[in-house]
Design a protein. Structure first.
Length: 572
């Protein structure tokens, strides 16, 4: 009896399984059939059929953020190009995703060359996929043969682990099904770069001089600390230095927020007042793993010279840059300095008290609606949802996903979230990420996903609800329903939110009215519609009884609700 050969597809799947990737998000196709057929029968790695490429891409990204590595299988051309936006977001925000595809094989290329045949899904340039993906990955390969495939696959996976960014691997159509030797049992590991000793010494000495001269130093932590597994090291730095810390929006929950040194997330003008004040008064920023976007222009313009910056790409102290120094080595060397400097350190820094409930939400709710405490606004939603999570001790049992929306900025005001429980598109700023990400976040983390979407973002990838239902995931999609791209309108013309018919939204920011309850039923989800605070609280309790079915909750808010977080961003 002839045994089934071990193939190139089996090799990749084995390597993924060794790295704890137990789900691959998938869009089928004829070119990639040898991989998808191997996946269907592979023990220990399941195919998660997605409804479209953005759905699959956002899910794989969220899976990578929570599990450490994600994977997506796509058809050549029409599928890979559709997923490009999601992979670009993973690239920008440091999420390792393996993009798997296939392309016309050797026979097709020969026929195409001889007879001028344009193969389906092709632009005519059969290398176009790899060329495009080379701009949003740290490594991109197309394998024309199984010879040497094992080593090239290993190199790609190591690149993804080392840089915490996507990689792209395609094969000629037939190659995924060709025989391949089995991999070693030892899982692959990230490469560990080491710093140049003198450069590290110089950088740390300059940083130490700036830090110890400061009267009010502050740690500003970013998402790379979490991505590169340095959260424990960050906590040791906080403990040894006694310094307070804040995070970027993208880096929110880089640590468990229960710690006493956390002042709150800094999201520029959207931050609560005490956080803005602490940042304004600080005279040195130990800025670790942060991706500084244009959300932080005020910070850069006013605090650049006071930054001690360490990321995966740059070490800088004030205006001095240091090459050949890694973020991990830099943090470890600073930790040694703090420990050696005792008893001068730790500093006796005390975080300002957190706002007392119902703040920060009550103080930031749109004053136009203060006359009716039952009217739902962005801030009232979070006021009652966060209270529910606190009271029922659910904060460590959920993972939240956000695309760029008013809700994302309002949510940065939250305290008490568990580590790596706040996933957002704060740098790439993609509308719609949150809904597609829910399946990957839940499967990757093992926690229940709560996605907070604007109705515009949800409309872009609403089919993701079907992916959740198909896979019996009890994620919750909250849709902040106001029938307008509110976050866009803030920056187009913020006066549109003022009362009166003379203040109108621009036509291009208006959205159609959807029957969300009917949509939920069509996709196999449980539907809820809430229009008051009491209805919201009742629904939050009802959601607890759902175990193998997703929920779609339409949260009806006034069209002109302008949370004060967004107001400050729009006018300051």
């Amino acid at each position: 009896m002839t045994s089934t050969p071990f193939t190139v597809a089996d090799y990749l799947l084995t390597r993924l399984k060794q790295l704890n990737v137990t789900e691959v998000f998938q869009i089928p196709g004829d070119y990639v059939k040898h991989f998808t057929q191997a996946l269907e029968h592979f023990d220990g790695v399941s195919a998660v059929g997605a409804m479209n490429e953005l759905d699959a891409g956002y899910a794989a990204d969220a899976y990578g953020r929570t599990r450490g590595l994600g994977a997506i299988s796509l058809q050549y051309g029409v599928s890979t190009f559709s997923a490009l936006n999601a992979v670009a977001g993973a690239y920008v925000e440091r999420s390792p995703v393996v993009v798997i595809s296939a392309c016309p094989g050797a026979d097709a290329r020969q026929i195409g060359s001889m007879y001028g045949v344009l193969y389906h899904h092709s632009t005519g340039n059969l290398n176009a996929d790899q060329e495009v993906y080379s701009h949003v990955t740290v490594a991109a390969e197309t394998l024309s043969t199984s010879v040497g495939a094992a080593g090239r696959i290993d190199a790609l996976l190591v690149a993804a682990l080392t840089h915490r960014r996507p990689v792209y691997i395609a094969c000629y159509k037939e190659v995924w099904g060709e025989p391949c030797p089995r991999p070693h049992a030892q899982p692959l590991r990230a490469q560990v770069p080491h710093s140049e000793a003198l450069a590290l010494e110089n950088a740390v000495q300059m940083a130490w001089t700036q830090i110890t001269a400061a009267k009010k130093p502050l740690i500003f932590a970013g998402v790379e600390v979490l991505r590169f597994g340095l959260s424990d090291l960050l906590q040791e730095l906080i403990d040894a230095s006694g310094m307070l810390y804040t995070t970027t929006s993208l880096g929110k929950t880089v640590l468990d927020e229960q710690g006493g040194k956390f002042i709150g997330t800094y999201s520029d003008a959207a931050s609560i007042a005490s956080v803005r004040e602490q940042v304004r008064e600080a005279d040195c920023f130990l800025t670790l793993g942060t991706i500084i976007t244009d959300d932080y222009l005020w910070f850069v313009e006013n605090k650049y010279a006071q930054m001690v910056l360490a990321t995966s790409e740059e070490i800088r102290v004030g205006y001095f840059k240091y090459s050949g120094v890694t973020m991990k080595d830099f943090m470890q060397a600073l930790l040694a300095r703090f420990r050696h400097a005792r008893p001068a350190y730790p500093l006796d820094c005390v975080a300002p008290p957190q706002p007392q409930y119902p703040d920060p939400w009550a103080a930031n709710s749109d004053p136009k609606y203060n006359h009716d405490p039952q009217t739902l606004t962005y801030n009232r939603f979070f006021q009652h949802a966060m209270k529910f999570l606190h009271e029922h001790k659910l904060l460590d049992q959920i993972v939240m996903t956000y695309g760029v929306s008013s809700a994302m900025y309002v949510a940065t005001n939250a305290y008490g979230l568990a580590q790596n429980s706040y996933l957002c598109s704060a740098a790439w700023q993609c509308i719609g990420f949150e809904t597609g990400a829910a399946s990957g976040a839940q499967l990757g983390s093992g926690k229940r996903a709560w996605a907070l979407a604007g109705d515009g973002g949800f409309m872009m990838v609403c089919q993701s609800l079907s992916t959740l239902a198909r896979n019996k995931l009890n994620a919750v999609i909250f849709v902040m329903s106001n029938a307008v791209y509110a976050i866009e309108q803030v920056y187009v013309d913020i006066t549109s939110f003022e009362p009166g018919p003379e203040h109108r939204f621009d036509t291009f920011d208006l959205l159609p009215q959807w029957d969300y309850l009917a949509l939920a039923k069509a996709y196999g989800a449980r539907g809820f519609r809430v229009t008051t605070v009491d209805e919201l609280n009742h629904t939050l309790h009802a959601l607890q009884s759902l175990h193998d079915q997703p929920a779609l909750v339409e949260v009806v808010i006034p069209q002109k609700d302008l949370p004060r977080q967004m107001y400050r961003l729009g006018v300051e």
